[in-house]
Design a binder for this molecule. Structure first.
Ligand code: SF4
Length: 370
């Protein structure tokens, strides 16, 4: 009881929470109280602004050597559903991208193809940057970076430096799932370990590459493992200050081995909002929390703006990974629709680039939003 009251007081005052506080707040289950505290913290960081961006996602291949039980996107080499984008396919997408008004970011994530060499990925970054020099290239999760390192024998630093030289601007935050060896041994035993994921982010931050962070929840993890994940991210952020934004992914069990083996259902909206508000409160040193609408659905992402999120991510264009796992959202949305969703909540829509600089009507980075 004492613990719960103390935790509520700290949340209300915006004080730094401990793991015991976060657990007490989780168990307290007072969703509207958490929302009020999280919104207060959001407004201290970004006032009435809610961000969105005009971006384009490219998934280069779905052929993967990792075969994670959590995944609905990957197929094995030789499977008829497999694809790999060749330079001509990418050129075609970039040609279309040139006509997009104020496109500010190209986001590239893919499966771990067994044969494509590191040089293929480096040349994709170069190709995108040459075609769209004003656009930020956000590419490759730590899982992919670790795979490049394993493939080539180069250190994480060397891999990142080569990509940076080719035009990489930032890293997305995916592949973190739950940063626990127990959980990873069940959901993704072959891909980058928790230690490797963190080491990649730390190295990127040391090189001046800003990144995002994420968590995928609602599968075999305990609540304590979920919350511990947030504290692990908070500790790294205290050290490097390189995370720009955090996002939550509820696990979509459809078409996955993990879902089938453990008879999993997607968690409900109550759990989504509770985790979102708690994340906003625990991650007091990360400026932005995203409601990634493509994972959450648009109505829940809009609701998330009342629970501490200050970013709806982007227009996205074409997205394949989450939809392979049964997400029923559209694969893209217009900027006007995103603006409308934000205005309905009483917040002010701000179009941003990758680094949270407001983008004005001429398409140039104008001012820092923070
Ligand atoms: S989650 Fe990523 S690494 Fe794992 S199988 Fe899917 S695409 Fe491959």
């Amino acid at each position: 009881m004492k613990n719960r009251e103390q935790a509520r007081q700290k949340a209300m005052d915006g004080e730094r929470l401990s793991l015991a506080d976060a657990l007490a707040l989780y168990e307290d289950n007072d969703l509207l109280f958490l929302a009020a505290c999280a919104r207060k913290m959001k407004e201290r960081k970004s006032g009435k602004k809610v961000f969105y961006t005009v971006n384009l996602h490219i998934n280069l291949t779905n052929i993967c050597s990792s075969n994670c039980p959590l995944c609905a996107f990957q197929v094995a080499a030789g499977d008829q559903r497999g694809y790999v984008m060749e330079p001509a396919d990418i050129a075609h997408i970039l040609e279309k991208a040139r006509t997009m008004q104020r496109l500010s970011e190209v986001h590239i994530v893919s499966a771990l193809h067994p044969d494509r060499p590191f040089s293929y990925y480096v040349s994709v970054v170069r190709q995108v940057k040459e075609a769209l020099p004003q656009v930020d290239v956000k590419a490759f999760t730590p899982v992919e970076i670790v795979n490049f390192s394993r493939q080539t024998g180069k250190s994480l630093r060397e891999v990142l430096e080569i990509l940076q030289e080719a035009g990489l601007d930032s890293l997305p935050g995916g592949g973190a799932e739950i940063l626990s060896d127990r959980v990873r041994a069940i959901i993704c035993p072959k891909k980058a370990s928790a230690t490797e994921w963190l080491a990649t982010m730390k190295t990127a931050h040391q090189l001046g590459i800003r990144t995002n962070a994420s968590m995928m929840y609602g599968h075999v993890e305990t609540v304590e493992e979920r919350l511990q994940h947030l504290f692990t991210l908070r500790d790294l952020q205290d050290e490097t200050k390189g995370f720009q934004a955090f996002m939550l992914f509820p696990f979509h069990p459809e078409h996955t081995e993990l879902g089938e083996t453990y008879h999993l259902q997607r968690v409900g909206a109550w759990e989504d909002m509770k985790m979102l508000a708690l994340s906003r409160l625990v991650l007091d040193n990360i400026d932005h929390v995203k409601a990634f609408w493509i994972m959450l659905t648009l109505p829940i992402a809009q609701l998330a703006l009342g629970f501490g999120a200050d970013d709806l991510d982007g227009t996205i264009g074409e997205e394949k990974i989450i939809h392979a796992a049964g997400a029923r959202t559209n694969t893209g949305i217009t900027r006007e629709a995103l603006q409308q969703l934000i205005r309905e909540t009483g917040y002010e829509p701000v179009e941003r680039d990758t680094f949270y600089r407001a983008v004005n009507d001429t398409g140039e980075g104008a001012e820092t939003c923070d």
